[in-house]
Write a protein of this length. Structure first.
Length: 234
């Protein structure tokens, strides 16, 4: 496999015994994902799973023909295509690349073959599915009950974690899609965070200046989700 060093940066793969890592990465291909790439659509057959290394990908629920809401963000801690790990060859969500970079792509057949051979892989994917379900439930409650500025702070921190950087690009229009709110609401919330010296924002370029301060502003869902990841996947 090309780019095996990148594959080792995926935490699900890195947690496997060395021989299981070798087989799984050897069964896949390192590919470069571009922002806006669609990896899966609701109801469509899924042929591959993706283990992000330098990329991050949104899972998006379709609310109407023209409206989608980001419900989770997958980076190097996880995998896109968890339905295949459960024996279901279609996805209920759209998967869209938000941050470009490398990922390991593994065919559905190869994943099933490696899961049959590796108890460690089955255990790791089962635990990841549990974490993801917890996160989806937490984010659903968050969207209903928490203020826009709290949710914006949370998503900026989550994106920071997935991008492994304090700097990344995300426009107001994109943030409005992620949060499921009007663009003006994002503008007001982002301006407030910038005035408090927590972020710097210019033409879609975001820099987090004070991560601890942003965590204090974010709703408790950010800390809850991080704790779930730490407890279940560690």
């Amino acid at each position: 496999m090309d780019g095996s060093l990148g594959a080792a940066q995926n935490l699900l793969i890195a947690a496997l015994p060395a021989e299981d890592q070798r087989r799984l990465t050897g069964a896949g291909h390192a590919i470069h994902l571009k922002p806006g790439d669609i990896l899966s659509e609701p109801g469509a057959l899924s042929d591959h799973v993706f283990f992000p290394t330098g990329s991050f990908i949104s899972a998006r629920a379709q609310l109407s023909r023209d409206t989608r809401l980001d419900v989770a963000l997958v980076g190097s801690e996880g995998m896109v295509g968890v339905s295949l790990a459960l024996g279901v060859n279609t996805s209920a969500l759209q998967s869209m690349v938000r941050g470009g970079g490398l990922a390991l792509r593994v065919s559905a057949d190869a994943l099933r073959r490696e899961m049959a051979r590796s108890a460690a892989l089955r255990r790791g994917l089962n635990r990841y599915v549990c974490v993801l379900l917890n996160e989806l439930a937490q984010n659903a409650a968050c969207s209903r009950f928490h203020r826009i500025d709290e949710r914006l702070a949370k998503w900026l921190l989550v994106t920071r974690d997935r991008a492994h950087s304090d700097r990344y690009h995300m426009t107001h229009d994109l943030l409005a899609q992620v949060l499921g709110v009007r663009r003006v609401g994002v503008t007001v919330a982002a301006t407030a965070l910038q005035r408090r010296g927590l972020i710097r924002y210019s033409r879609g370029d975001i820099e987090i200046l004070d991560a601890p301060g942003l965590q204090r502003t974010a709703c408790g869902c950010y800390a809850t989700n991080k704790e779930n990841y730490s407890q279940i996947l560690s």
